[in-house]
Design a binder for this molecule. Structure first.
Ligand code: ADE
Length: 417
């Protein structure tokens, strides 16, 4: 048994956090109950590159209950919860993760994780798949399939599939309704505001709050910010989403207008340089810059570095850049995803849905990999619906059953006016 974490003595704190998450993840616990009996993952090796949080710990313990051997690495240098990593290691799970890694350490951990010679890969951002396809190609043969948890990662994988570079089937867990309608929308919405507030404690009410990107994540952030009485402005390049933002009641404008009025800026686009030199130059003194997208490329930090007169840390996770034009900009969490770096990530209740998908899709890959092609697949509809039903059960909510007559009507085309 091998592991590398910051401090194994933190295990007891981590264990309590994991127990707390388990209490709030009823669907995943139900999967664990079945997995413990049926062992559908017996003998399967799973390499996972995910944010090492209490929720991820519940997933990993579920996979292990199903019979899998799991190695876990963090999917971001700043998101690992060291006490959780310690708790997992203390329980005999091979974790390679600690908070505040440099690039070299990050890839060291990914490679340790891949040394397991995985049959299944679990990714959050596609770095593991990418490393496997570029630097560890000798391992490809034993891989049955993979899964991807983020919008950013799915974009990368679709590009790989389009180029014919993808060497095994991957399930886009991110795109399934029980994931992105809840995790991306409610999870990112709440945890992003949580991260900004833990880092700064600024008043949201009455602030000009600029959300850049109006996908599922951006929609969630904008709605939660509105709920705290911020004046929300949306910046979006896709005309359909921009129209939606407008009809949702938000002000919509391009960056060249938004940067002059914003007090708080949050990016959630999956693209690079969405806040850059030309914007920083004209932002108001005191503007706060945060990113909620997967990679730290959305805020052009090299531009800030170039424009700075001086820089200092003014609070935990808050860096003040004094620019040559005399203004100060405050960068949160080094431009890394603020919801995981400055807060605890999405609440357990939504990760319950995402990780129930991950665990059931692992079982699906074991059973069906031989029939799958080397492309990106959706989560099977039965899995998605089963998860929604179970979540409703856990909340004591019942749906309206259709009569036989109604079902027949929906399946037919002959009845008209
Ligand atoms: N991504 C966002 N929030 C997360 C969490 N709590 N655990 C794992 N991955 C996450």
């Amino acid at each position: 048994m091998e592991y590398k974490v910051k401090n194994i003595d933190l295990a007891e704190d981590g264990r309590k956090k994991i127990e707390w998450a388990e209490m709030h993840m009823p669907v995943l616990m139900k999967v664990r109950e079945r997995f413990s009996k049926e062992k559908p993952l017996n003998g399967i090796r799973i390499s996972a590159c995910l944010h090492v949080t209490k929720e991820t710990a519940v997933l990993v313990k579920t996979l292990v209950a199903g019979g899998a051997s799991v190695r876990l690495a963090g999917s971001n240098p700043l998101s690992t919860q060291d006490d959780v990593a310690a708790a997992l290691a203390a329980e005999g799970i091979e974790v390679f993760a600690w908070r505040n890694q440099n690039n070299e350490e990050y890839y060291y951990c990914l490679n340790k994780c891949l040394d397991l010679k995985p049959n299944i890969t679990l990714d959050d951002g596609a770095d593991l798949i990418n490393t496997l396809h570029t630097k560890r190609t000798e391992l490809l043969e034993e891989v049955m399939g993979g899964q991807e948890e983020t919008t950013t990662g799915v974009i990368r994988l679709r590009a790989m599939a389009k180029d014919g570079a993808l060497r095994y089937p991957v399930i886009a867990v991110n795109d399934t309704p029980t994931k992105r309608m809840f995790d991306n929308f409610y999870g990112t919405g709440q945890s992003t505001i949580d991260g900004i507030l833990r880092a700064t404690n600024v008043l949201m009410a009455g602030s000009n709050f600029v959300v850049i990107g109006y996908g599922f994540c951006g929609k969630g952030i904008a709605n939660r910010a509105r709920g705290m009485s911020a004046r929300v402005i949306v910046v979006e390049s896709n005309p359909v989403e921009a129209l939606r933002a407008s009809m949702d009641g938000f002000q919509v404008m391009p960056m060249k207008e938004a940067y002059k009025v914003g007090n708080i800026f949050v990016s959630a686009t999956g693209d690079k340089n969405v806040m850059r030199e030309e914007h920083f130059e004209l932002m108001k003194d005191g503007a706060i810059l945060a990113n909620s997208g997967h990679f730290n490329v959305e805020i052009a930090i090299p531009d800030l570095e170039k424009m700075k007169k001086s820089k200092k840390t003014v609070r935990k996770d808050v860096e003040e850049y004094s620019l040559k034009n005399g203004k100060r900009l405050f960068l949160l969490a080094e431009g890394r995803l603020v919801n995981l770096a400055s807060a605890e990530g999405h609440p357990s209740e939504v990760m319950d849905l995402s990780f129930a998908n991950q665990s059931l899709c692992s079982e699906y890959l074991v059973k069906n990999h031989a029939e799958l092609e080397k492309r990106v697949y959706d989560v099977p509809k039965e899995i998605d619906e089963w998860i929604a039903k179970l979540k409703l059960d856990s909340l004591g909510i019942k749906t309206e059953p259709l009569t036989e007559d109604q079902k027949k009507y929906l399946a037919s085309w002959k009845e008209g006016t």
